[in-house]
Design a protein around this ligand. Sequence first.
Ligand code: 6PG
Length: 247
Amino acid sequence: MGVTVEIIEPKLLSGAVADEILATINEFIAESGRCTVALAGGSTPGAVYRDLARPPRVSEVDWSKVHLFLGDERWVPVDDNQSNFRMVKETLLGSLPSPGPKAYAVNTTLNSPADGAKDYAKTIAQVCGAEPRLDLVLLGVGEDGHTASLFPGSDLIEKQDGICFASVKPEDNSPRVTLSPQILFSAKKIFFIAKGEAKAGIMKRVLEGDENPRDIPSRLYTKAAGSVVFFLDSGAGKSLEASRTRA
Ligand code: 6PG
């Protein structure tokens, strides 16, 4: 497992990450004829998805060979403005040429997040096999160190198996569905994306501290099987040791 930190000028971050995603998707398509990706939710990745969906990048991928999942989802209707799938539709899917990617939303019309998690796990297993190993996982970092919907102190952090779980955001008790640590961190490649000075403190703890992932779930990267790249803008990276990779 290798960990790289790229610190990039704010206005160049989304384009740089879009280029890396593009190259990685094409690498996996060349290798196996397809690419399976778990997309990050939240507000940061929207600019990256928009850059991916714009010329020239948009025509540099055979999207019909790409399978898109969500790393986590809020338990809201898919047209709710809090929905990660809605955000992905608006910033990426809506602008892709057809035949586009196969994009799998969490079915939030089911009775409960637990049912939604079970159903999503079935979908992932149908597409990726009973022991799924995704090609690429994109993740954000919350100011409390959460990633996907794996929150500090959650029992989910120590789960060694499972594909998808029901979760709750402690701040407002809002129900969520999240891919498991096993699925997220067994991926062949993991890209974390974080921007803004508000993330500088947590990024220092994530990358230069030694706290238990139970307290800072983004530190699960230390157990990752594949390669991990942190794409930070200069704000999010401002408290890191100066020796970090600078792009
Ligand atoms: C979500 C995300 C979540 C997000 C972080 C960072 O559904 O909210 O999956 O894990 O990546 O909270 O969010 P921002 O990018 O908005 O700072």
